[in-house]
Design a protein around this ligand. Structure first.
Ligand SMILES: CC(C)(COP(=O)(O)OP(=O)(O)OC[C@H]1O[C@@H](n2cnc3c(N)ncnc32)[C@H](O)[C@@H]1OP(=O)(O)O)[C@@H](O)C(=O)NCCC(=O)NCCS
Length: 159
């Protein structure tokens, strides 16, 4: 069973290790720590909870999401799922958890960006209600960056 645990500075190496597997231009542990230290930054790590059992293998990381909220706007900074766990709903779960947390913190809108040729990511974002709102020409080494946004559900937020 996959569990989501809060990411902290102590996890910078783990986060960087996962990023290295998932991205051509990964963030270093130092970058992870710097991002997590920014005001309003939060993160979640998906771990294989079944392997937390005493006799089992060490916990296996499965994915991550980092986001930042500033007043009523939030932004997904990075999101990734390790290859063995893809297409099992984990990316959607991480994104939903980030959206819920940002909404609870007071965010009304969430933004993110993806390379225009990252069809998996764009399909994931569209499935969660994100719509394109801008284009950054050639932002990813010649590939356009698509900026997307989604209004956050305030109905489940405690007054
Ligand atoms: C993008 C990413 C996070 C998706 O994670 P995931 O756990 O596989 O996504 P989910 O299983 O939650 O998929 C949810 C929906 O997104 C869409 N989707 C996800 N991967 C897809 C793919 N490869 N092709 C088409 N649609 C896809 C589908 O609509 C899917 O729903 P479905 O499985 O019921 O059809 C993962 O592919 C990844 O880590 N990629 C590398 C890092 C990356 O590109 N991060 C985003 C940077 S902008």
């Amino acid at each position: 069973m996959i569990e989501l645990i809060p990411a902290g500075l102590v996890h910078a190496d783990l986060l960087a290790g996962m990023h290295r597997i998932c991205f051509a231009e990964p963030w270093s542990a130092t970058s992870m720590a710097e991002v997590l230290a920014l005001a309003g930054s939060e993160g979640l790590i998906a771990v294989d909870g079944a392997s937390l059992a005493p006799a089992a293998e060490p916990p296996g990381p499965a994915g991550l999401v980092l986001w930042r909220r500033i007043f009523d706007e939030a932004e997904i900074l990075t999101i990734a799922v390790l290859p063995p766990w893809r297409r099992q709903g984990l990316g959607a779960r991480l994104l939903e958890a980030a959206m819920d947390s940002a909404a609870r913190g007071g965010a009304l809108t969430m933004f993110l960006e993806a390379a225009a040729n990252n069809h998996a990511a764009i399909a994931l974002y569209q499935s969660k209600g994100f719509c394109p709102v801008g284009l950054r020409k050639g932002y990813y080494g010649g590939v356009d960056g698509v900026t997307m946004s989604c209004g956050l559900d305030q109905t489940s937020v405690e007054p």
